[in-house]
Design a binder for this molecule. Structure first.
Ligand SMILES: O=P(O)(O)O[C@H]1[C@H](OP(=O)(O)O)[C@@H](OP(=O)(O)O)[C@H](O)[C@@H](O)[C@H]1OP(=O)(O)O
Length: 467
C-alpha cells in the first residue's frame, strides 16, 4: 500500500497517511468490539438483579460455601438466648421462565443470522454455542438452586446451632412452609435435605406445608391484581424507560457489536442478551460470550430497567404493593409475639424455628412494608442519572436464595431483643435510632410498626374499591 501511495504523494505525506489509517483501523476494531473479559466471573455480574447469584452478595462464599461468621451476632449481653428464629427465603437458582426462553431463542437466531463476526466471542456464539434452553424449563429449580438451599440450611444451623438443631427438628419444633410453585417446593426439600445430611436423618421424615396465602399473597390480593398486575399503566415508567436515551444507546451498541441495523435490536433483544449472560453464569457458572455484548455502563442501565420494574411492581411504586404483604407481616409478628409471651411465662416455644420459602415478590413487598431500602427520590424513567447511588438494587436485596431472618432473643429481665438479618448480614430497622449499639428491643420495634400492627388488614387493604 505504501508503494502505491508513494506513486501519488511525497514520502513524508505517505507516512502521515499510513499512521492515520493505522489509528483509524485500531479505532474501528475496538469501537465495535465488546468488553474484554478475562475472568471466570462476568465483569457485569453485580448488575444481574433478580437473576443474580447469592454469591455476588456474599463473595466470601465463593471460596467456602459453608462459611459463617458468628461474631456478626452481637446480643447486648452474654445472657441473651435465642427464643425464636424465622427465615423467609427466596427459592434457589432457577431456569428462565417460558416467556423469557422465547425471547432468548429469537435473539439467538438473530445473532446466528448476523454478519460473521471477526471477534472470537461472536464466532463462538455463531459457530459453537448451542441454544439449550427450552420453554418447558419454565422457571424450574436447577441443580445449583438445590445446592443454594442445602448450603443455606447448613450455614443457618451453624449460625444458630441451639435453634436449628437435630433435637428441635426431631421434636417437631422446626416448621416449614412453601409456595406451591415447583421451584419453591424443591427449594424447601433441598433445605430440609441439607439438615438431614448434616444430622444423618432421613429427609422425608421432615414435613412441610404448602401455604400460598402467605407465600403468594400477591395473587390473593384483589386490589393488587386489578390495579397493578393487570393494569399496564401501573408500569408506565418501566415502559417509558425503554425509549429513553440511555436504553436506546444500549441497543445501538449491541447493534454495533453485531454489525446489524439499529432497528434490528429491540428491547426484548437487549433483555434476552442480558438474560443469556446472566443465566449462563447463574446456572452453569460460565462467563459466556453473550456477556461481551455489554460493557459496565450498559449493564448498569439494564440493571436500572429491571429495578424500575421491581420498584413499580413489588416496591415503593404503588402502596398496594407492600400492603398486599400485610398477611405475611401479621403472621411474622404474631408468631414473634407468641414466642415472646410463651417464653416469658415459662411455656416451651412450640415453634422454635420457622422456614418459609417463596419468591422475590414475596420478600420485596414485605421489605418495602418494613421500610427497608427506601430512597429519598422515587425511581422514574427520567432520573436514572440521579439514581446511581440508590439503595433499591434488587440484585443486592433478592438474589437467588435471598433470605430475611429475624431472631428473637431473651436477654433476661423481660428484655426481649429482635435482630434482623438480610442475606446473613445484620441490617437495621429503618427509623430506629439507637441500633448503633446493639440489637433493638422488641418493644421498640413494635412501637416502630405500631400503626401496621394495629392496622394493615389484608382483607380491607386488598378489597377493590368500586370506582
Ligand atoms: O422476568 P421473569 O419472567 O423471570 O419474572 C418472573 C419473576 O422472576 P424475577 O423477575 O424475580 O427474576 C419470578 O420471580 P421468582 O422470584 O419466582 O423468580 C415470578 O415468580 C414470575 O412470575 C415472573 O415475574 P413477573 O413479574 O410475572 O415477570
Amino acid at each position: 500500500m505504501l508503494s502505491q501511495l508513494q506513486d501519488i504523494m511525497p514520502a513524508y505525506a505517505c507516512k502521515v497517511v499510513v499512521r492515520f489509517l493505522t489509528v483509524l483501523c485500531f479505532y474501528a476494531y475496538f469501537r465495535c468490539d465488546a468488553v474484554p473479559e478475562n475472568s471466570d466471573i462476568p465483569a457485569i455480574a453485580e448488575y444481574f438483579t433478580t437473576k443474580g447469584r447469592y454469591e455476588e452478595v456474599n463473595p466470601h462464599l465463593i471460596d467456602d460455601i459453608l462459611a459463617v461468621n458468628r461474631s456478626i451476632l452481637q446480643p447486648p449481653s452474654a445472657q441473651c438466648r435465642e427464643v425464636h428464629v424465622t427465615a423467609i427465603v427466596r427459592h434457589g437458582t432457577r431456569y428462565p421462565t417460558g416467556r423469557n426462553v422465547k425471547k432468548m431463542q429469537s435473539f439467538y437466531e438473530l445473532v446466528k443470522s448476523s454478519p460473521s463476526g471477526r471477534e472470537s466471542w461472536l464466532q463462538e456464539i455463531q459457530s459453537q454455542w448451542r441454544m439449550w434452553y427450552t420453554e418447558d424449563m419454565d422457571g424450574r429449580l436447577v441443580q445449583k438452586g438445590v445446592d443454594d438451599l442445602r448450603h443455606l440450611a447448613v450455614r443457618l444451623s451453624k449460625l444458630f446451632p441451639s435453634m436449628i438443631s437435630e433435637e428441635k427438628l426431631r421434636a417437631g419444633r422446626i416448621k416449614f412452609a412453601t409456595s406451591s410453585k415447583h421451584r419453591c417446593v424443591n427449594s424447601t426439600l433441598s433445605f430440609k435435605a441439607g439438615l438431614a445430611e448434616l444430622w444423618g436423618i432421613p429427609g422425608e421424615e421432615i414435613q412441610h406445608t404448602i401455604n400460598d396465602a402467605l407465600m403468594r399473597f400477591f395473587e390473593k390480593c384483589t386490589r393488587f391484581v386489578e390495579e397493578v398486575e393487570r393494569n399496564t399503566s401501573a408500569l408506565s415508567e418501566v415502559e417509558k424507560f425503554t425509549q429513553r436515551p440511555e436504553m436506546v444507546r444500549v441497543r445501538e451498541k449491541i447493534a454495533d457489536r453485531l454489525r446489524v441495523p439499529y432497528s434490528t435490536i429491540t428491547n426484548e433483544s437487549a433483555e434476552a442478551a442480558f438474560y443469556l449472560c446472566a443465566y449462563e453464569f447463574a446456572i452453569r457458572t460460565v462467563n459466556s460470550p453473550w456477556c461481551r455484548l455489554f460493557d459496565q455502563v450498559d449493564a448498569q442501565i439494564m440493571e436500572y430497567a429491571n429495578d424500575l420494574k421491581q420498584f413499580w411492581k413489588r416496591g415503593y411504586g404503588h402502596d398496594i404493593n407492600s400492603k398486599s404483604s400485610c398477611i405475611l407481616f401479621h403472621d411474622l409478628f404474631g408468631r414473634l409475639e407468641k414466642a415472646g409471651s410463651d417464653h416469658r411465662s415459662g411455656v416451651e416455644v412450640a415453634e422454635a424455628v420457622t422456614v418459609q420459602v417463596g419468591h422475590a415478590e414475596t420478600l420485596l413487598p414485605l421489605l418495602t412494608l418494613l421500610g427497608f431500602f427506601k430512597d429519598a427520590d422515587r425511581m422514574t424513567s427520567t432520573n436514572y442519572a440521579a439514581q446511581t447511588g440508590r439503595s433499591f438494587r434488587s440484585g443486592r436485596i433478592v438474589p437467588y436464595a435471598a433470605n430475611l431472618v429475624l431472631v428473637l432473643y431473651d436477654c433476661g429481665g423481660d428484655d426481649l431483643r429482635l435482630q434482623p438479618l438480610l442475606n446473613e448480614r445484620p441490617v437495621k430497622f429503618p427509623g430506629l435510632s439507637d441500633q448503633e449499639v446493639s440489637m433493638p428491643r422488641f418493644q421498640d420495634v413494635k412501637e416502630l410498626y405500631r400503626e401496621l400492627l394495629q392496622g394493615c388488614d389484608f382483607e380491607s387493604e386488598c378489597r377493590l374499591v368500586k370506582a
